[in-house]
Design a protein around this ligand. Structure first.
Ligand code: ATP
Length: 331
């Protein structure tokens, strides 16, 4: 029996969480879930969007599965996602991005791993209003955070038989901050027998759109990592299928790349695949590889049988898609 935390989130969060829990349960994995809520409704009731009880639960259980929590745009509380990553020092955001079967995309054989620094850069939230017409944000980059994420990228590359790492910056413009990130990657690379390639983020976006197969592991500071991973999600069928994980030395939180998708919330239209793929990685992480593989096979078979949600051009609801995966678990 595993003790794990589920952070339910809002928007489409509750729908896709329910779907994923049902699939994991049907696969026979015994999990004692500590179900925690976070977000705007929680803020109204408890005064803060991310109460200490959520952090304590993850600290106790070490591993969590999380669905998205809405971040108010341009006002309101700081992102719960960012806060959680900082509180638990989940410094590495890992987003493997590869084609799933029977999902029509512009390119075949995309297989890119995005490694995004998760704790600093413009996400440190150091902003100030100078006057009514002027605001500024500080882009904070440190050598220690840059070196540990570079080390993570190389270690991941080694363990997973990847061929090289490409560090992505705008070091020609942000000479000090991105310059430090780049310099740290170069230093770390000296300890590994794998090549480090370098590319500017604007060129990287163009190259990804024109020829994604040339990339292997991408190493990026926080903001570029966020943007480029949405681009990579687009290459494999959209946010509905893009998985992710936030990993630190002590804790790991698995969550899809996408946000809370308020435009489709509560309509039973959401694609649970991204969260399910994240959950499969979580199962592998806790030693339940067999169940993880069985769920992946069932998911792939469902897609091959052309059962798809609307974002992938199908007409299955979230619940129908989930039930079809469960049916195929025991084929
Ligand atoms: P955030 O900045 O909070 O990460 P985002 O900019 O990535 O959010 P999303 O909330 O992920 O934005 O939504 C972007 C678009 O993708 C929306 O049109 C949404 O409906 C769609 N989308 C996101 N996730 C899913 C999903 N699981 N199933 C179907 N459509 C989705």
């Amino acid at each position: 029996m595993h003790n794990l935390t589920l952070i339910k989130g809002d928007g489409i969060g509750p729908e896709i969480s329910e779907a994923v829990l049902k699939i994991i349960e049907s696969a026979g994995v015994e999990i004692n879930w500590d179900i925690q809520t976070a977000g705007a409704e929680v803020a109204e009731l408890e005064g803060v969007p991310l109460p200490q009880r959520v952090i304590n639960s993850v600290k106790k259980n070490k591993v969590a599965l999380k669905s998205p929590v809405t971040t108010p745009i341009g006002k309101g509380f700081r992102s719960v996602n960012v806060q959680l990553r900082k509180e638990l020092d989940l410094y590495a955001n890992l987003r493997p991005c590869y084609n799933l079967p029977n999902i029509k995309t512009r390119y075949d054989n995309v297989d890119i791993v995005v490694v995004r620094e998760n704790t600093e850069d413009l996400y440190a939230g150091i902003e100030r209003q100078i006057d009514n017409d002027t605001a500024e944000s500080i882009k904070r980059i440190t050598r220690s955070a840059s070196e540990r994420i570079a080390k993570f990228a190389f270690e991941y590359a080694l363990k997973n038989n990847r061929k090289f790492v490409t560090v992505v910056t705008k070091a020609n413009i942000c000479k000090l901050s991105d310059g430090l990130f780049l310099d740290s990657a170069r230093e770390v690379a000296k300890n590994y027998d794998l090549p480090l390639k370098e590319i500017l983020v604007d060129n990287c976006c163009m190259q990804l759109v024109q020829n994604p197969n040339q990339f292997d592991v991408l190493l990026l500071p926080n903001l570029y990592g966020d943007i480029v991973s949405d681009l990579c999600a687009g290459l494999i069928g959209g946010l509905g299928v893009a998985q992710g994980a936030n990993i630190g030395n002590d804790y790991a939180v698995f969550e899809p790349v996408h946000g809370s998708a308020p435009d489709i919330a509560g309509q039973n239209k959401a694609n649970p695949t991204a969260m399910l793929m994240s959950a499969i990685e979580m199962l592998n992480y806790i030693g339940e590889e067999n169940a993880g593989n069985r769920i992946k096979q069932a998911l792939f078979q469902t897609l091959c049988d052309n059962v798809k949600t609307a974002d992938l051009g199908g007409n299955a609801t979230c619940t129908e898609f989930t039930d079809e995966i469960i049916k195929r678990l025991n084929y």
